[in-house]
Design a protein around this ligand. Structure first.
Ligand code: NAD
Length: 508
């Protein structure tokens, strides 16, 4: 079944697919090419946040399981079955893997939606195509990794080789379970490393299938392993492991900082961090098309329930267009996202990932009102959906940048509008944050755009658009949003290390 064909599925077809998946939940760990149980019998429950029901009891790995998985990955690495495979053969495995993901798209999509509440239509139209594209892009790059020969004295030949690192430990979040994991494991594998992945405990299922498909595509056992489990147990054990050469992490800034400590406490492994954000979108008074800008503003914060690292959560609007901007935002944005059953292909907004996250977001909304921001719409649990972890799309105006809703990453559908007087103030507000993941700029003036691109501190700046991109685009943060770059060639190279080979030639 192609992904395109799934776009025509009805709600009843998705429900039937979900029943099938729930009856065949995988155990929870995938080590050495096989699904296995946890050695100490630990369990985590995957709960469907749309109704609070348990979807699957999945094995939760301990430090012992991590040891076994790392040993398997190390054996596979040292054997050369993957790292020394001819690049084009490795490429062929990855292409087959991408093709199998398309074949199994129905099952993968259902797992994603049951685990974390993402609208199934989004998984089909956005997440899965992006997963496939990531694997294909990294596969295409495999034989484009080059070393160099440097210009040295006549009696010397000096080559710089690029080699894989060894065992890569990947720790991923739940907001795009398959895609965030793939942004790590595809470049790591393409570069010839072996991998142990620790997915988020809220979304344990789909990545197990991903690993199984890798082996079905011809990936040698032990090259890609998955250990589900709690962050502070399995995640910590992986990040502290002395046989892990690099830890590549996507998640909160708080836990990202722990990764640096774990590396210091163990073997000084390399650490790549993709962390949180509080991204500004700056709407200048001369923007060209207010309707398009407003649409980008509400899509940028309500898409994926606001559970997006680069969500445009701070909407900075010039004072001269503020009233009209807010008026249009209310008219077009209030009902653009309607919370509902994520298994219904007509739904564009599901629940938040857990009831705990729902309570956290609702209490941040209360805090916003307490601090003096004006709640224009939303801010509550939508009627009729009380059993799920839902929060209605919410808009605050009258926000200033010292309020907690402007400073903390809410990770929910909560938009805050801040007003500014001039470009200097816009830049000052945009940069007054610990984060620096992304920003949007809306203006017709090229000089203004260039100044904002240069002065706003963020890893990605979108000009007259938001949240666009392709695989050539480095994606990552400035400041405490992290120091890694996903997606691009630079990402692939970050899973390699250079080796200098200095040949002393005898004179002739
Ligand atoms: P999180 O930091 O709570 O968890 C991320 C991962 O770390 C999970 O697998 C978790 O089990 C693990 N973990 C937690 N505690 C750990 C510990 N002590 N040791 C080792 N591992 C541990 O984040 P989350 O709630 O899963 O994801 C949301 C966060 O991820 C947000 O802050 C979001 O901005 C960020 N994110 C960033 C990007 C990016 O590219 N910059 C992309 C997606 C999400």
């Amino acid at each position: 079944m192609s992904i395109a064909a799934l776009a025509d599925y009805t709600k009843a077809q998705w429900k039937a697919a979900a029943d099938k998946v729930m009856k065949n939940a995988p155990p929870g760990l995938f080590i050495d090419g096989k699904h296995v149980d946890a050695l100490e019998g630990g369990r985590i429950a995957s709960v469907n946040p749309a109704n609070g029901r348990v979807v699957a009891e999945v094995a939760a790995g301990s430090a012992r399981d991590v040891d076994v998985a790392v040993a398997s990955a190390l054996r596979a690495f040292r054997s050369g079955c993957w790292s020394r495979m001819a690049p084009r053969d490795r490429m062929a495995v990855m292409y087959r893997w991408a093709a199998l993901i398309e074949v199994h798209a129905e099952e993968l999509a259902v797992m994603e939606t049951l685990d974390m509440g993402k609208p199934i239509a989004d998984v089909i139209s956005a997440d899965l195509p992006a997963v496939i594209e990531t694997i294909q892009f990294m596969a295409e790059c495999i034989d484009k990794i080059e070393g160099s020969v440097t210009n040295t004295e006549w009696e010397v030949m000096h080559c710089v080789l690029r080699e894989p690192l060894g065992v890569v430990g990947a720790i991923s979040p739940w907001n795009y379970p398959l895609l965030m994991a793939t942004w790590k494991i595809a470049p790591a594998l393409a570069a010839g490393n072996t991998v142990v992945l620790k997915p988020a405990e809220q979304s344990p299922q789909s990545v197990l299938k991903l690993a199984e498909l890798f082996v079905e595509a011809g990936g040698p056992p032990g090259v890609l392993n998955v250990v589900n489990g709690l962050g502070e147990v399995a995640g910590q054990a992986l990040a502290l492991h002395n046989d892990v050469a690099k830890i590549t992490f996507t998640g909160s800034t708080e836990v990202g900082k722990l990764m640096l400590q774990y590396a210091g406490q163990s073997n000084m492994k390399k650490v790549s961090l993709e962390c949180g954000g509080k991204s500004p979108q700056i709407f200048m008074e001369d923007l060209e098309d207010m309707d398009r800008a407003v649409e980008a503003a509400y899509n940028g914060i309500y898409g994926n329930m606001g559970e997006v690292c680069n969500a445009g959560s701070r909407i900075l609007v010039h004072e001269s267009i503020h009233a009209e901007f807010v008026d249009r935002f209310v008219r077009a944005g209030q009902d653009a996202y309607v919370p509902g059953d994520p298994m219904d292909p007509a739904t564009n907004m599901g629940p938040l990932v857990t009831h705990k996250d729902q309570q956290r977001v609702l209490s941040m909304i209360e805090e916003g009102s307490r601090e003096g921001a004006q709640l224009v719409f939303g801010g509550s649990v939508p009627a009729g959906l009380e059993s799920g972890a839902y929060v209605s799309p919410t808009l605050f105006t009258g926000v200033n940048n010292q309020m907690s809703i402007a400073r903390q990453e809410i990770f929910g559908p909560v938009a805050s509008v801040l007003m500014f007087k001039n470009i200097d103030e816009a830049i000052a507000i945009a940069n007054d944050t610990i984060y620096g993941l992304a920003a949007g700029i809306w203006t017709r003036d090229l000089n203004r755009a260039m100044r904002l691109v240069r002065e706003v501190q963020a890893g990605t700046i979108w000009v007259n658009c938001f949240d666009e991109g392709d695989m050539t685009q480095p994606f990552g943060g400035y400041k405490q949003s992290g120091q890694a770059r996903d997606k691009c060639m630079e990402s692939l190279l970050s899973y390699t290390q250079s080796k200098s080979a200095w040949f002393r030639l005898s004179g002739q």
